[in-house]
Design a protein around this ligand. Structure first.
Ligand code: SAH
Length: 321
């Protein structure tokens, strides 16, 4: 019987990939390879894309409502359990210094879990996080009056289980950080320090699943966001990670979660078949669109929307999400 031709592609070197990033400066310009200036347009494209796919996350009242926008927001806050709750959650995969968490995810969801294997990147994110606008904003001024939080997990995507980031991240690999929780409102007697470690401790002991600093597992996500990091996963590791991520998505009626992949793509081969490039510098691979589509199909995923990120410099790879 004739056999289907199997495509053999180069695989990334995971260990040397992490070693490469350990030598990079812990800055936005560092993680973007000297293209720090694209961060703004990138984040705008990401937020717009996310709200198009999951309009339920939007803080703007839809035109179709028959109450006032003010009443709509009040109803939403009540449905979320009142002021100060964290209801929506994202995973930021290969989070670097927290650029995507700060600018693309936390403005929209209440709680973000960052997964990043390079300890100094995570330390930089933790240090800066109290100043990130969504975390420096008290619940009374926050969209839906939510209490926002960033959580930090030192791990590769090969090792992490999104449902159990606290227990699956390799212990002792990097310093462990308490979550940074948004500041309290001044008049409520809580600490309004901005570092919020004490607030995190206060909330994590309540056992309430909707408290922003809670470390309770398993977790369910509205969004698993992968950006500029899947080049460090072989097809086998990527299929396994996408399957674990899918298991950790919310799946309630009207509450389905999504996985977003925002990555460089190279051109298909001249004969139209998928192709993959090996990068000698960071020991990663760049896939063509068809190579990603095959991996998604192998993970049992369906593509529901695809866009090209506009406004990036010509000399860069095409970036699709
Ligand atoms: N997503 C971030 C960072 C991009 S740089 C942003 O867009 O700003 C690529 C990141 O992937 C680095 O932080 C690097 O440390 C991380 N990385 C490298 N190997 C990884 C792996 N095996 N699993 C998860 N992340 C990895």
């Amino acid at each position: 019987m004739p056999q289907a031709a199997r495509v053999i592609h180069p695989s990334p070197d995971v260990k040397r990939g992490v070693e490469y990033w350990e030598g990079v400066a812990p800055t936005v310009d560092g993680v973007l390879g000297g293209f720090g200036h694209v961060s703004r347009i990138d984040a705008l494209g990401s937020r717009t894309f996310l709200l198009k796919v999951l309009p339920r996350l939007s803080y703007c009242a839809p035109a179709s409502i028959n109450t006032s926008p003010f009443a709509w927001k009040q109803d939403k806050v009540a449905a979320r359990g009142g002021k100060g709750k964290a209801r929506t959650r994202a995973l930021d995969c290969g989070a670097g210094v927290g650029r995507v968490t700060e600018n693309s995810l936390l403005p929209i969801v209440d709680e973000v879990h960052m997964v990043e294997p390079v300890p100094k990147f995570l330390a930089e994110a933790k240090k800066n996080s109290p100043k990130w606008l969504p975390l420096a904003t008290p619940p009374s001024q926050s969209p839906f009056q939510a209490r926002k939080a960033a959580h930090f997990h030192c791990s590769t995507l090969q090792d992490i289980d999104p449902a159990r980031p606290y227990s699956s991240a390799q212990k002792g690999k990097g310093k462990e950080f308490d979550p940074t929780v948004s500041v309290d409102d001044q008049n409520e007697g809580g600490p309004a320090t901005g570092s919020a470690d004490s607030a995190a401790e206060a909330t994590s002991s309540t056992g309430d699943d909707h408290e922003a600093g809670s470390k309770h597992e398993p977790l369910k996500y509205d969004v698993v966001w992968n950006q500029w990091c899947l080049q460090h996963l072989s097809d086998k590791d990527l299929v396994a990670f996408l399957k674990r991520s899918r298991q950790a998505l919310k799946d309630g009626q009207g509450e389905e979660g999504i996985i977003v992949v925002k990555e460089n793509v190279c051109q298909e081969a001249a004969d139209g078949n998928e192709t993959v490039w090996y990068d000698d510098e960071d020991h990663s691979i760049t896939r063509s669109t068809k190579a990603y589509e095959r991996v998604f199909a192998e993970a049992g995923l369906k593509v529901i929307k695809c866009e090209v990120q506009q406004g990036l410099p010509q000399e860069l790879f095409t970036v699709k999400m």
